[in-house]
Design a protein around this ligand. Structure first.
Ligand SMILES: Nc1ncnc2c1ncn2[C@@H]1O[C@H](COP(=O)(O)OP(=O)(O)OP(=O)(O)O)[C@@H](O)[C@H]1O
Length: 470
């Protein structure tokens, strides 16, 4: 467990021979992952995880199932060098518990849950990089994510972490659809993509299924729950060999999905969290009480007039709201990027790259980017519309994933939700009650007060980020 007291001295990330920032930067060409400050910023709260082993005879508290250091895992030398170059000093809680279970032979299934921004990607990527046989160029692992942005981000992490395995032949293949349907075979031991494209490629034998030994689903609850993707994920699994290691990760596993997850990944070891442990403590949660729907927009403009924020994401329910806000904020002189499902393929990549690079400081989006996206500079998330399920009930999970775009890996951030009527207020209160948080109320009738409060919060957030960057 990491506390402020046991943080390692703040050395800069290791730059060993041949493992310079440039080497890592080269592997980051798609801008998918950022050069990290290392694990020093990690200040995980004390919390208990529930570890359940498939073999009930075994003791989940056996030290063998916990790795306090990466060295404990005896990783391939090239992987350890990759971690050093990324500045990963020690495993996060989920990595500490999940990695020994993932890496154990013979391979076992795993269902892993931990809060947003706690390093789940590195956990499953490390497993894959440890398991691929580089003497063969054939696909050996598949990772599925719900969006092209997330799939590309994961591929970026795998490339950075595996940069020293490249000379041994490691290749990462992105299976996301561009303008045309795929016609060329997947080249690389690790295939990372969206479920539709991957099913398509498997069916057309563009992915050789015969050597696949690991199937990982990131944002697994989302992937298994949604009818379309759930079906596609099942198809992928059914095409693969029956002894494939199935790895499911997410910050949220609502009970009904967890049940299905246990069917999808039979006899899985599992690491789960109680619902009141799911919120990231470093995210200050607030809400802005607006008179009506129209006032939301003027409040948004006023808010951006008051604040200078490193980067922020505004989540809306509908594409047309995103378009309106984009237009009006641009007219106000803000550089914004708007990404919704209305955009496809490379056009989406371009918009997202503008945000990731910091050229656009504000991203307006719908739930498409609610999950997984890791942009370190995001200090504020705005829920312009409170997330709701198709039946109009509050969407707890999406709220958690949305606000988790900030406050990543021990950093602090703020989440501001707009409420404008009884329904939106009730929905937010239900969500906060569900996760056991008490949001701070900001009142638009006293902007001086709002400004003071926000500045204070953002100053604290910046200070915390500065410290963790040292
Ligand atoms: N051991 C580590 N030391 C330092 N930084 C780390 C470590 N593990 C992960 N990170 C960094 O933490 C950040 C968050 O990691 P990641 O994106 O994997 O979170 P996640 O748990 O998958 O979040 P989400 O639930 O939102 O998808 C990344 O920028 C990653 O580089």
């Amino acid at each position: 467990m990491s506390t402020a007291a046991d943080k390692p001295a703040a050395d800069p990330p290791v730059e060993e021979k041949g493992a310079t920032k440039d080497t890592v930067a080269d592997a980051q060409k798609d801008g998918a992952t950022e050069f990290m400050s290392g694990s020093f910023g990690l200040d995980e709260p004390e919390f208990d995880v529930n570890v359940k082993l498939a073999d009930l005879q075994e003791d989940p508290n056996n030290p063998l199932y916990s790795a306090k250091t990466f060295e404990d895992l005896h990783l391939r030398d090239e992987i350890q060098r990759g971690l050093n170059a990324m500045g990963f000093v020690k495993p996060s809680k989920i990595q500490e518990r999940a990695l020994p279970l993932l890496l154990k032979d013979p391979a076992q299934n795993l269902i892993g849950q931990s809060q947003s921004g706690t390093g789940k990607t590195a956990a499953f990527v490390l497993n894959i990089l440890s398991r691929v046989d580089l003497s063969s160029p054939k696909p050996q692992a598949i990772v599925l994510g719900p969006t092209r942005e997330l799939a590309k981000q994961i591929a970026g992490v795998a490339r950075v972490m595996g940069v020293f395995l490249e000379e041994k032949g490691l290749k990462i293949f992105e299976a996301v659809r561009d303008t045309s349907t795929p016609t060329k075979p997947a080249e690389g031991q690790v295939v990372i993509g969206t479920p539709g494209t991957v099913v398509d490629m498997l069916r057309k034998n563009l992915i050789d299924k015969r050597n696949i030994k690991v199937l990982t689903l990131d944002e697994a609850d989302n992937m298994l729950d949604m009818q379309g993707m759930g079906d596609q994920c099942k198809r992928v699994k059914n095409i693969l060999l029956p002894n494939t290691q199935i790895v499911l990760f997410s910050a949220t596993f609502p009970p009904q999905v967890l049940e299905f997850a246990n069917i999808f990944a039979p006899k899985a070891n599992s690491i789960t969290l109680e619902v009141d442990k799911l919120t990231v403590k470093g995210i200050k949660q607030m809400y802005l009480d607006c008179q009506n729907d129209e006032e939301k927009y003027s409040a948004l403009v006023k808010f951006y007039g008051l604040m200078t924020i490193a980067s922020s994401i505004i989540f809306v329910k509908r594409r047309d709201t995103a378009a309106i806000i984009e237009k009006r904020m641009t007219e106000e002189g803000h550089t914004v990027a708007s990404l919704t499902g209305a955009l496809e393929g490379e056009a989406r990549d371009k918009v997202f790259a503008r945000f990731r690079s910091g050229e656009a400081k504000v991203l307006i989006t719908t739930n498409v980017l609610a999950r997984g996206i890791d942009v370190q500079t995001v200090t504020m998330v705005i829920n312009y519309d409170i997330p709701e399920c198709v039946d109009g009930t509050p969407d707890y999970e999406t709220y958690l994933h949305r606000i988790g775009r900030t406050g990543r890996f021990g950093k602090t951030g703020a989440a501001l939700s707009f409420v404008h009527d009884r329904k939106s207020w009730q929905a937010l209160m239900a969500i906060c009650k569900h996760f056991g948080v008490e949001p701070t109320k900001l009142d638009t009738s006293d902007w001086d007060d709002v400004e003071k409060l926000l500045k204070n919060i953002m100053r604290n957030a910046r200070a915390a980020v500065d410290i963790s960057d040292k």
